[in-house]
Design a protein. Structure first.
Lengths: 112, 115
């Protein structure tokens, strides 16, 4: 399978702490995207990082990309209870497959 | 903008019945796709379209049919429902295919149960 693989599968932290989620993927990418899904809802795009970028920031989110290791990480700083959700990475491969390959996600619980 | 809309929100079918899940977007996006989400499996692509009149298969296309007669609409048809098709279905759209660097906008999903 070419799906991204998130690690850990589940993460529980206290409000105010930082949360780090990791993603590994299979082959060369054009970009890698991170999405959030609140329980029972559709996915919401968080951030996109291109293959020639190493780090990107958006508010409290920081994404890194290491193409040599075929991995990415998502850091959420100063977490809030509202950050409780599942987080998915989705690599867009260079194969011309015209789609994203979502992993099974990391379930983040932020305890107030 | 309404974004991506899906109907119905919930549906129960009996084995062998057929139905169409509706998806529409008002953002003039060329790329549209259908995913199913099952516990422990992540999202898997069923079919996608890069523009009106053009569709292609994704990872799990069997038992599903799509067409794209307009830019706005991308219905998903279940030909003869099976219990294995019990899932949550998401429609998504973007300006162009994801490898070109555009985010996807997701609908709220349709929860389908086949008995």
């Amino acid at each position: 399978s070419q799906q991204g693989e998130e690690d850990p599968q589940a993460l529980s932290i206290q409000e105010g702490e930082n949360a780090t989620m990791n993603c590994s993927y299979k082959t060369s990418i054009n970009n890698l995207q991170w999405y959030r899904q609140n329980s029972g809802r559709g996915l919401v795009h968080l951030i996109l990082i291109r293959s020639n970028e190493r780090e990107k920031h958006s508010g409290r989110l920081r994404v890194t990309l290491d193409t040599s290791k075929k991995s990415s990480s998502l850091l959420i700083t100063a977490s809030r209870a509202a950050d409780t959700a599942s987080y998915f990475c989705a690599p867009a491969y260079q194969t011309g497959a015209n789609n994203l390959f979502f992993g099974t996600g990391t379930r983040l619980t932020v305890i107030p | 903008n309404a974004g991506v809309t899906q109907t119905p929100k919930f549906q129960v079918l009996k084995t062998g019945q057929s139905m169409t899940l509706q998806c529409a977007q008002d953002m003039n996006h060329e790329y549209m796709s259908w995913y199913r989400q099952d516990p422990g499996m992540g999202l898997r692509l069923i079919h996608y379209s890069v523009g009106a009149g053009i569709t292609d298969q994704g990872e799990v296309p069997n038992g599903y049919n799509v067409s794209r007669s307009t830019t706005e609409d991308f219905p998903l048809r279940l030909l003869s429902a099976a219990p294995s098709q019990t899932s949550v279905y998401f429609c998504a759209s973007s300006y162009s295919p994801p490898e070109t660097g555009y985010e996807q906008y997701f609908g709220p999903g349709t929860r389908l149960t086949v008995t």
